[in-house]
Write a protein that binds this ligand. Structure first.
Ligand code: MRU
Length: 357
């Protein structure tokens, strides 16, 4: 997608270096950062310079490339894979990408490792772009249906950032929006701020602005009243891990939005590539939920009147806070899953049929 009119992907490889857009600096600064070592890749995932399930997967794949550039020894690659897998626990794409890279590399001769790893990392990223584009084309049908019925601007609510910045390009939840906009369907997006890290305000609103898509940032608790007032036609969110049962793990607060949507008969869709499906865990209570540093809650960062980025404490100095990063929306609250293959029911049967599992 575009930044100041120029097309970008969120990650690419150039002159032995992995290039990323440092998302901790957005929306105030657009900074391209070099990752040169496996440590850089692990750190970029941990500190959320890159984030969003598909992009974490792509970064992990390129992390293996960086590890091989440093040291072709199998022990080093194994240790690097483990460090990457543990860098963030909830999004399954990370684990998925590392397994795929290691499977591809097993039985490859030492002098061919780098070449094979590079090709596979690029393939993982190219596939994600194609999958997200298809998610958009499939989700477009739902938006078109709403538009043809109401013949007025379609109001879509989204949570967190499941936009192109969370993937390699297009995004998952935003891809149907970008496709509808390209087709000339009038769209307006309600963007949940998404405390504590504000991925909605800082990233989703930013990327929609760059594509000229009308959007309004709302506090995370506003969605309910907007739905009661009939000002939300549909919700679309992304996911970090969707179980084969159709239960959806996504950014904290998604569950409450799904409950409000259910109570107000607002369709609630989840957009995902198949790399985000966990076919193994059956009970959502077994999904590892990341708990992040409580400083993300107690402090807030922004630009002061002199354009300097400042971080300030907003809570009482002695208060304790707790920062769970994800929650689970049970399948019964999900209207449908928008995947690269089509739209299916959020259920064991729906997913089984769609993916021939
Ligand atoms: O903590 P983050 O910013 O990595 O969380 C991201 C999300 O929860 C997204 O909604 C999800 O990864 C889907 S991304 C296409």
């Amino acid at each position: 997608m575009r930044v100041k009119g120029k097309k970008y992907r969120t990650i690419w490889y150039e002159n032995n270096v992995v290039k990323i857009i440092d998302q901790t600096k957005l929306p105030h600064q657009f900074v391209i950062k070099d990752l040169k070592t496996i440590k850089d890749a692990v750190n970029a995932i941990k500190t959320m310079e890159v984030r969003g399930a598909p992009l974490i997967g792509g970064t992990a794949a390129y992390g293996i490339v960086l590890a091989i550039q440093e040291n072709r020894g199998l022990d080093f690659i194994k240790k690097s894979s483990e460090e990457l897998v543990h860098s963030r626990p909830t999004a399954i794409n990370l684990q998925w990408a590392i397994h795929r890279m290691n499977n591809k590399l097993s039985f490859v001769k030492s002098d061919e490792l780098l070449d094979v790893a590079l090709k596979e990392a690029k393939l993982i990223c190219d596939e994600d772009v194609k999958f997200c584009e298809n998610i958009g084309l499939n989700g477009l049908k739902i938006i078109e249906e709403i538009y043809n019925k109401n013949n007025k601007t379609v109001n879509i609510l989204t949570h967190c950032n499941a936009g192109w910045l969370a993937t390699i390009d297009w995004g998952t939840a935003t891809s149907p929006i970008y496709h509808a906009h390209k087709k000339g369907i009038p769209i307006h997006v309600w963007v949940d701020e998404t405390r504590p890290r504000n991925q909605g305000a800082n990233l989703t609103s930013y990327e929609l602005n760059e594509e000229n898509i009308p959007n309004t940032i709302i506090a995370d608790n506003t969605g309910g009243i907007l739905m009661q007032r009939g000002e939300v036609d549909m919700c679309i969110v992304g996911t970090d891990r969707t179980l084969s049962t159709g239960d959806v793990c996504n950014k904290i607060g998604t569950y409450l939005k799904a409950l409000a949507a259910h109570d107000n008969n607002v369709p609630f869709y989840v957009a995902l590539p198949s790399s985000t499906i966990d076919w193994d865990i059956k009970d959502f209570k077994n999904i590892p939920i990341e708990e992040r540093n409580s400083e993300e809650l107690s402090h807030i960062e922004g630009k002061d009147e002199n354009n300097n980025i400042q971080k300030v404490l907003i809570y009482p100095e002695t208060s304790r806070s707790m920062n769970l990063a994800f929650d689970i929306t049970p399948a019964k609250y999900v209207t449908g899953l928008i995947t690269e293959k089509g739209i299916c029911e959020a259920s064991k049967e729906g997913l089984k049929q769609m993916f021939n599992k």
